[in-house]
Design a binder for this molecule. Sequence first.
Ligand code: PSV
Ligand code: MN
Ligand code: MN
Length: 387
Amino acid sequence: MAQFTDIAASLERQAIELPSWAFGNSGTRFKVFGSPGTPRDPFEKVRDAAKVHEFTGLAPTMALHIPWDRVDDFGALSRFAADHGIALGTVNSNTFQEADYKLGSLTHTDPRIRQRAVDHHFECIEILERIGARDLKIWLADGTNYPGQGDIRRRQDLLAEGLATIYERLGPDNRLVLEYKLFEPAFYHTDVPDWGTSYAHVMALGERAKVCLDTGHHAPGTNIEFIVAQLLRLGRLGSFDFNSRFYADDDLIVGAADPFQLFRILVEVVRGGGYAHPEVTFMLDQCHNIEPKIPGQIRSVLNVQEMTARALLLDFEALRVAQEAGDVLGANAVFMDAFYTDVRGELADWRQERGLPADPMAAFAASGYLETIAAERIGGQAAGWDA
Ligand code: PSV
Ligand code: MN
Ligand code: MN
């Protein structure tokens, strides 16, 4: 197996994008529990995201969600982020909260509503230009609840049409990243339910269209690392939305539910050349409904770093030899050796050598930042939920 010293330099290239909505209040259909210190505007979300980066060195960008993060002057928000040591990243569109979109957005039968959805994406592209970021990420809630409710096939055509109109408007350095999700809020059929559908659409669009893989958006038991391998092989993995799930789209802390799955995914990322590759954005898509949000994000990026380190330690050459020899148990042992390697001590040293706290969770708790914002911020903002 590789030694930690062999991978220390590679770890420096890791960058994980934080979702602005992780810092806002969120909840379930039962209750949104507010938490003290919740940001009241996108500037305060930037301040919180910057803290995660300050304590971990792992999170140099924050993704926006429009309209939740709409401000008058995106240039000012961008400069504010730079002043706090981070940049703004992916712009996520939102066509799932307006009454108009009840029966669909880009796939709606009404051309006025389809145009409204297209215009919203044009606005997102303008924001991308204003903040100098690359990716427009589209997740659509479009789908139906009952057989016969919609013309599944026509909706695919409308979707292709809408996406093509949006894609044409992108700047030369922008990308369109299309996220899939098996179900919810639509329960019978979803218009982009799986990686194959997303792949079919992005292939029709062009080179700068990619697939977003949200780890929480699959049926139970799905072999997600296979999808990672395939999309990397096809050159179409644009981004990850990392989170954990036990049951459905739980949006829990990445690596919390199934650390071994996260390891297997990251092994395929390393194997496929996707690690620290500019083509693949490592994003989190999480909500912290009951735990404190900034520590939740710190824990999350550390979990990704820890599993990345273990994946980088995998002896790919020994694995290849065992695989070639048909040594089933030998190959599995090489794989599991890397997974079971405890890298926490070495990562603490790695951080200290780079002027970061050995224990970012403890250092953040001791910093008093949570107490300060709890005192300063009254009436914090919901992450697009009704608080
Ligand atoms: C809804 O499922 C969702 O969680 C998608 O994963 C998006 O990425 C996210 O919301 C933000 O729009
Ligand atoms: Mn997502
Ligand atoms: Mn989701």
